[in-house]
Design a binder for this molecule. Structure first.
Ligand code: F6P
Length: 353
C-alpha cells in the first residue's frame, strides 16, 4: 500500500567503498519500488562524503534511473569516506539528513559502509543496507552483486592467457582481487582452467608450486597458469602490501604478490615467467545478467524493508530468495572460502587445461 498524505516521506540512498558492477541496478531497484510505494528518493554522491555535505544531493526519479541497470560503475559515484573519522562527522550526517528532509537511509556497501550504517542506526537513524562487493566476503548473504561480473572478467582473462602462455612455454602468474577472501580467485581460476589456485585462506608452499610446474614439464605440458589472490600468503614470509598506507577504515592496499612469485618461480624452475595483474578491470564495464537481476531484486527488497520498518537490517540472497537479515550479522567477520572448497580445487592442480 502506498504512503498517503501531502508531503511524501523521503528515502536517502548512498553507496560507499569500491564500486561494484550492478550498483546501478540496485539504485534503480530501490528507486522504482520506493516510488511505487509513494516515497521520494534522494541520492547522495560519493558515499558518506555526500552526507557530509560534499556535493549537492541528486533527486532520483523514474526518468533518471531508466535503463541504468545495464551500466557499470555507479551514477552516484563513490568514496571510502568514514564519517566516524571526521571531526563532527556524525552530527553533520544527521544534520544533512534532516536538512534534505530524509526520513530513511539505504546504505549500499561492504563491511565498512554497513558498519557506519549500523552505528547510525543505533543512534536513531532509520537505516537499512544492501551488501556490496566484488570480493563476495560479506557474511549473511550467499552472493554479493558484482561478484559474478568480476568472476566472468577474471575467468575470461585467465582463459585467454592460455594461448600466449602455451605459445611461449611460459609460466604466467595472474593476480586476482578479493582482499583477504579467495572467492574471486577460486571461481575465476576454476572457470578459466588455472593449473594452480592460491587463495589467502591457505598459505601456499613454494616447493609444491615448483614441483607441479616441473611435473607438468615432464608430462609435456610446457606452460602453467597460476591464479593468485592479491591477499595470498606464502608459508614463509608475509602478505605483500603496495604501501603502508591505510584508508579511512583501516584497510591496507594489497598487491605485488604475483610479481614476487613470478621472480621466485623463474629462479627455481628456470622457466620464463611473467606476471599479470588484472586489477580494476575486474570491477569495470557492464554487469552480467545475473548481477543485473540480483542487484535489482536486492534493491526492490531494500525499499520494501523501509516500508515495513525493518530498520537495522540488510537485503540478502539466501538460496534463490531475497530475505532480510540483521545488519550486525554481516559485520566484523569476513565470509572466507571454506577448506572444503580449496580441497575441491586442488584436485585439478597441475592438470592440462
Ligand atoms: O573490495 C573491493 C576491491 O576491489 C578489492 O578486491 C581490492 O583489494 C580493493 O577493492 C581495491 O581498492 P581500490 O579501488 O581502492 O584500489
Amino acid at each position: 500500500m502506498a504512503v498517503t498524505g501531502a508531503k511524501k516521506k523521503q528515502i536517502a540512498i548512498l553507496n560507499g567503498g569500491g564500486d561494484a558492477p550492478a550498483l546501478n541496478a540496485v539504485i534503480r531497484g530501490i528507486t522504482v519500488k520506493a516510488i511505487s510505494l509513494g516515497y521520494d528518493v534522494l541520492g547522495f554522491r560519493r558515499g558518506w562524503a555526500g552526507l557530509l555535505g560534499k556535493g549537492e544531493p541528486h533527486p532520483l526519479d523514474l526518468d533518471r534511473v531508466q535503463d541504468i541497470h545495464m551500466l557499470g560503475g555507479t551514477i552516484l559515484r563513490t568514496s571510502r569516506t568514514n564519517p566516524y573519522k571526521v571531526e563532527g562527522g556524525v552530527e553533520q550526517v544527521k544534520k544533512n539528513l534532516k536538512k534534505f528532509r530524509c526520513d530513511y537511509l539505504i546504505a549500499i556497501g561492504g563491511d565498512d559502509t554497513l558498519g557506519v550504517a549500523w552505528k547510525l542506526h543505533q543512534e536513531g537513524v532509520k537505516a537499512v543496507g544492501v551488501p556490496k562487493t566484488i570480493d563476495n566476503d560479506v557474511n549473511a548473504t550467499d552472493y554479493t552483486f558484482g561478484f559474478d561480473t568480476a568472476v566472468n572478467i577474471a575467468a575470461d582473462a585467465i582463459d585467454n592467457l592460455h594461448t600466449t602462455a602455451k605459445s611461449h612455454d611460459r609460466v604466467l602468474v595472474v593476480e586476482v582481487m578479493g582482499r583477504h577472501a579467495g572467492w574471486l580467485t577460486l571461481h575465476a581460476g576454476m572457470a578459466g582452467g588455472a593449473h594452480i589456485i592460491l587463495v589467502p585462506e591457505e598459505k601456499f608452499d613454494m616447493k609444491e608450486i615448483v614441483k607441479i610446474i616441473k611435473n607438468r614439464e615432464k608430462k609435456g605440458y610446457h606452460y602453467t597458469i597460476i591464479a593468485c589472490s592479491e591477499g595470498a600468503v606464502p608459508k614463509e614470509g608475509g602478505m605483500v602490501l603496495q604501501t603502508d598506507e591505510k584508508d579511512a577504515f583501516g584497510n591496507v592496499r594489497l598487491g605485488g604478490i604475483a610479481q614476487r612469485l613470478a621472480k621466485v618461480i623463474q629462479k627455481e624452475t628456470g622457466k620464463e615467467t611473467r606476471h599479470v595483474v588484472l586489477g580494476h578491470l575486474q570491477r569495470a564495464g557492464h554487469p552480467t545478467a545475473f548481477d543485473r537481476v540480483l542487484g535489482t531484486r536486492l534493491g526492490v527488497h531494500a525499499a520494501e524493508m523501509i516500508h515495513k520498518k525493518e530498520f537495522g537490517k540488510i537485503s540478502c540472497l539466501k538460496g534463490t530468495e531475497i530475505v532480510s537479515q540483521d545488519m550486525k550479522a554481516a559485520l566484523g567477520q569476513l565470509k572466507t572460502v571454506p577448506k572444503k572448497r580449496v580441497e575441491e580445487a586442488r584436485l585439478f592442480f597441475g592438470l592440462e587445461g
